[in-house]
Design a protein around this ligand. Structure first.
Ligand code: PLP
Length: 396
C-alpha cells in the first residue's frame, strides 16, 4: 500500500524545545546494561562507578582531581566552603544566571555582589569587576553562560592583584574552552551539573567539582561526606552530597558521546546562523556571538529579539507549536529572596535588557533537520510580519 502525503504533511507537527528520548534510544542497551550491573551489585552510593567517573571527568577537563557530588548547586556551595568563604565575605558574580549561582553564595553564608554583564556574550562584564571589589571580597564566581566561557584573563589578573579565588560555575559548559583550556581548570574549583538537560545529563541530579590543588581536593572530598576523614572523625561541618553509583554508571556511558553531541550542537548553531542571515532577518533578531578564543558548547542557543518584541515572537512560535524558552526572565538582583541585598531595578541595565530580549531555540544534539527548518521558517515568517521590520525594509 502506498501513502500519498498531502503537501503540507507534518507542517504543524509540534517541535519540542528539547527531547531527551532519541538520545536514550541511541544508547538504551548500553545504559540499561550498566543500570542492571549496579542493581546486581547493590552498591548504590559512591564506590567504583563514582571513582571511575571522577577519573574520566578529570581526564576530560585536563584537571588533576575531580570529586562527584549531588548536584551543581552543591558543587558551588562545597567549593566556597572548601575555600573558607562564609560569614562576612563577599563573592562577585553575575545577576544574569540560574538562581543557584547566587543562592549557593548565600548558602555558604557569604554575600553575593552583582556586577552587570557584557551584552554581547551575556557573561560578566570583566571591566566592571574591579569597582565592586572591597576588603571583604574573597572570590569571583564567573558563569560560563549558555556554554561559552567568561573572559578569564582579566579575572586572573584581578585575582592576583587582590588575592581572590575563582570558583567557576561551569554547570552549562562542560567541554567549553578558553584559550585552549577546558572549563574546570580556569579557576581554583570548577563546578559542574549533570541535571538531565545539561550537555552531559544523568538520570537525575548529580554534580562534580574539579581542582588541581591536592589540599583543596582533600577538603572537597570530605565536605561532601559530612567532613568525615574516616572512622567517624569529623574535621569540618560538611554535608551529605554523595553521588549515586547509578548516576555515575549512566554518566560514564554518556560521557563517551559528549564530544559528538557537542559537535552536533555546534552544527545546529552554525546552521541557524546561516539560515537567519540568508533570510535577512538580522535587523529583527541578533545571533549569539561566539568569541574566537573560546570553544562554545551551546548548552543553549539564544538569540536576542530587538525592539521589545521577544514576548510577541515567543507567543507566535508557541502558537505554531514551536518550542522555545526564556533563560532568564528575571535577573537575580530583582528576585524577592534577594531583596535584602538592596539592589534596584535599573541598576544592571544590560542584565535587565537581556532578560527582556533573550530567546532560546531548540538546539539539542538530536534535533531533526526538518524540525530545525520549521523553527527557522516560523521565526522568519514572524519577523517579516512584524510592523517594525517592514518599516525598516521599506526604508532600505
Ligand atoms: C544548572 C545550573 C546550576 C545548578 O545545577 P543543579 O545540578 O541543577 O543544582 C548552577 N548554575 C548554573 C549556571 C546552571 O545552569
Amino acid at each position: 500500500m502506498t501513502f500519498i502525503l498531502p503537501l503540507n504533511a507534518g507542517s504543524d507537527r509540534p517541535v519540542p524545545f528539547i527531547d531527551l528520548v532519541p538520545q536514550f534510544q541511541s544508547m538504551s542497551a548500553e545504559v540499561m546494561a550498566v543500570v542492571e550491573r549496579v542493581f546486581t551489585e547493590q552498591k548504590f552510593i559512591m564506590g567504583d562507578e563514582v571513582a571511575g567517573l571522577e577519573e574520566e571527568i578529570a581526564a576530560y577537563c585536563d584537571s588533576r582531581f575531580a570529586i562527584g557530588c549531588n548536584s551543581g548547586t552543591d558543587a558551588l556551595i562545597i567549593a566556597l566552603q572548601a575555600l573558607d568563604i562564609g560569614e562576612g565575605d563577599e563573592v562577585i558574580t553575575t545577576p544574569f544566571s540560574f538562581f543557584a549561582t547566587a543562592s549557593s553564595i548565600c548558602r555558604a553564608g557569604a554575600t553575593p555582589v552583582f556586577v552587570d554583564i557584557d551584552p554581547e556574550t551575556f557573561n560578566l562584564d570583566v571591566d566592571a569587576i574591579e569597582d565592586a571589589i572591597t576588603p571583604h571580597t574573597k572570590a569571583i564566581m564567573p558563569v560560563h553562560l549558555f556554554g561559552q566561557c567568561c573572559d578569564m584573563e582579566p579575572l586572573w589578573r584581578l585575582c592576583q592583584k587582590y588575592n581572590l579565588h575563582i570558583v567557576e560555575d561551569a554547570c552549562q559548559a562542560i567541554g567549553a574552552e578558553y584559550q585552549g583550556r577546558r572549563t574546570g581548570v580556569l579557576g581554583a574549583v570548577g563546578c559542574f551539573s549533570f541535571f538531565p538537560t545539561k550537555n552531559l545529563g544523568g538520570a537525575g541530579d548529580g554534580g562534580m567539582m574539579t581542582t588541581d590543588d591536592p589540599e583543596l581536593y582533600a577538603k572537597l572530598k570530605r565536605l561532601r561526606v559530612h567532613g568525615d576523614i574516616g572512622q567517624y572523625e569529623h574535621l569540618d561541618l560538611g554535608m551529605n552530597s554523595r553521588l549515586d553509583a547509578l548516576q555515575a554508571a549512566v554518566l560514564r556511558v554518556k560521557l563517551k558521546q559528549l564530544e559528538n553531541w557537542t559537535t552536533a550542537r555546534q552544527n545546529n548553531a552554525a546552521r541557524y546562523g546561516q539560515m537567519f542571515e540568508q533570510a535577512g532577518i538580522l535587523d529583527t533578531i541578533s545571533l549569539p556571538v561566539a568569541k574566537s578564543d573560546r570553544r562554545h558548547v551551546y548548552n543553549q542557543y539564544c538569540i536576542r529579539v530587538q525592539d521589545g518584541q521577544r514576548d510577541h515572537v515567543m507567543q507566535q512560535l508557541k502558537a505554531s507549536k514551536v518550542g522555545c524558552a526564556v533563560y532568564y526572565p528575571k535577573p537575580l538582583h530583582l528576585q524577592t529572596c534577594f531583596k535584602h541585598l538592596g539592589y534596584k531595578a535599573g541598576q544592571f541595565p544590560h542584565s535587565e535588557a537581556a532578560s527582556r530580549d533573550i530567546l532560546a531555540l531548540p538546539s539539542y544534539p538530536e534535533l531533526p533537520v526538518a524540525d530545525q527548518d520549521r523553527v527557522v521558517d516560523c521565526l522568519v515568517k514572524i519577523c517579516r510580519e512584524m510592523p517594525q521590520s517592514q518599516q525598516v525594509r521599506r526604508a532600505a
